[in-house]
Design a protein around this ligand. Structure first.
Ligand code: IPM
Ligand code: MG
Length: 352
């Protein structure tokens, strides 16, 4: 079992250190752990946010554990050298098109949600975000029009096979839950979304046991705070999924709690190859201060254990230790507490 750990920028190294301690405590037989540079750190040390040696390492690994990328000092660089290109490049190079972003309210955190407790309590949803297409990867540029005005553009497109494969992932995920799938689009305005909706409906014929509904993304954003309990699985495109998952995080109390798995079609000896990362960014404003919540990172490790290493038991143990940590009131600044990054990691280890 080979895991590539790419800590990245900002709070990435701090939260990665805690996840690594949890991983070490599990004492998995036959485990090899590699470390590589990405993001601004990759640029500084190797001149590229996704250095070739890091990419090779990620390709050779069964799973990638990813911290965060983003560094304000790199924002003036040409886009292909900016830290974010590391994660976008890995998603694309490894064919990781299916992004699973679960959001569940941990018992005890009802009052930390941006929503009223009785509404927050009902949250138990999974966002299935398409990760290899959409405006993220379309033709894009800032060009000068004949009349001299500058114009920015990003091409939004989805081919039907791209929609079909993510729809299958979502329908299968719904089968493992309460069999309700909401496809989120903007078909009232966008042709890309019209095709998305048409293809999802075609795929639905293979899953008569799953109740499919469609929702425009503006309405979905509203429903997510009005009544998030109505959702089981949400499937949506790259851009809408990015936005809705950040929104979902505040519904469960903190963006420091949401983990994610990016999966493709490559199978390993133990499961599906994937990349695992917290949904949050590098938070440069609090980097190096021990204020970051490592739980999203640790929960991402749990997803890695489950999906790529076939270690469901260990994944469940880690998740239970995180739930117990929160239940016992161990909280960082993001949840109104004072525990440091390291203390939170320590608390998870004790409970593990
Ligand atoms: C995420 C992040 C990334 C994204 C950034 C860092 C490129 O916001 O994983 O949600 O937009 O996908
Ligand atoms: Mg995001």
């Amino acid at each position: 079992m080979k895991i590539a750990c790419l800590a990245g920028d900002g709070i990435g190294p701090e939260i990665m250190a805690e996840a690594r301690r949890v991983l070490a405590a599990l004492d998995l037989p036959g485990l090899t752990v590699w470390e590589g540079d990405v993001g601004g750190a990759g640029y500084r040390r190797h001149g590229h946010p996704l250095p070739p040696e890091t990419l090779e390492m990620a390709k050779a690994a069964d799973a990638v554990l990813f911290g965060a990328v983003g560094d304000p000092e790199c924002d003036a660089l040409p886009r292909h050298l900016r830290p974010e290109q590391a994660i976008l490049g890995l998603r694309q190079a490894l064919g990781l098109f299916a992004n699973l972003r679960p959001a569940t309210l941990f018992p005890g955190l009802e009052t930390m949600s941006a929503l009223r407790p009785e509404i927050a309590r009902e949250i138990d949803l999974l966002i299935v975000r398409e990760l290899n297409g959409d405006v993220y990867f379309g033709e894009k540029a800032i060009r000068t029009l004949p009349d001299g005005r500058r114009q920015g553009f990003d091409l939004m497109s989805y081919a039907e096979d791209e929609v079909r494969r993510i729809a299958h992932v979502a329908f299968k995920a719904a089968r493992g839950r309460t069999r309700r799938l909401t496809s989120v689009d903007k078909a009232n305005v966008l042709e890309t979304s019209q095709l998305w909706r048409d293809v999802v409906i075609e795929v639905a014929a293979e899953y008569p046991d799953v109740a499919l509904s469609h929702m425009y993304v503006d309405n979905a954003a509203m429903q997510l705070v009005r009544d998030p309990g109505q959702f089981d699985v949400i499937v949506t495109g790259n851009l809408f999924g990015d936005i809705l998952s950040d929104q979902a995080s505040m519904c469960v109390g903190s963006i420091g709690l949401l983990a994610s798995a990016a999966l493709g079609e490559t199978q390993t000896a133990f499961g599906t190859k994937g990349l695992y990362e917290p949904i949050h960014g590098s938070a440069p404003d609090i980097a190096g201060q021990g204020k970051a919540n490592p739980l999203a990172m640790i929960l991402s490790l749990a997803m890695l254990l489950r999906h790529s290493l076939g270690r469901e038991d260990d994944a469940g143990r880690v998740e239970a230790a995180v739930a117990a940590t929160l239940g016992d009131g161990v909280r960082g600044a993001d949840l109104g507490g004072s525990a440091s990054t390291h203390e939170i990691g320590e608390a998870v280890l004790e409970r593990l």
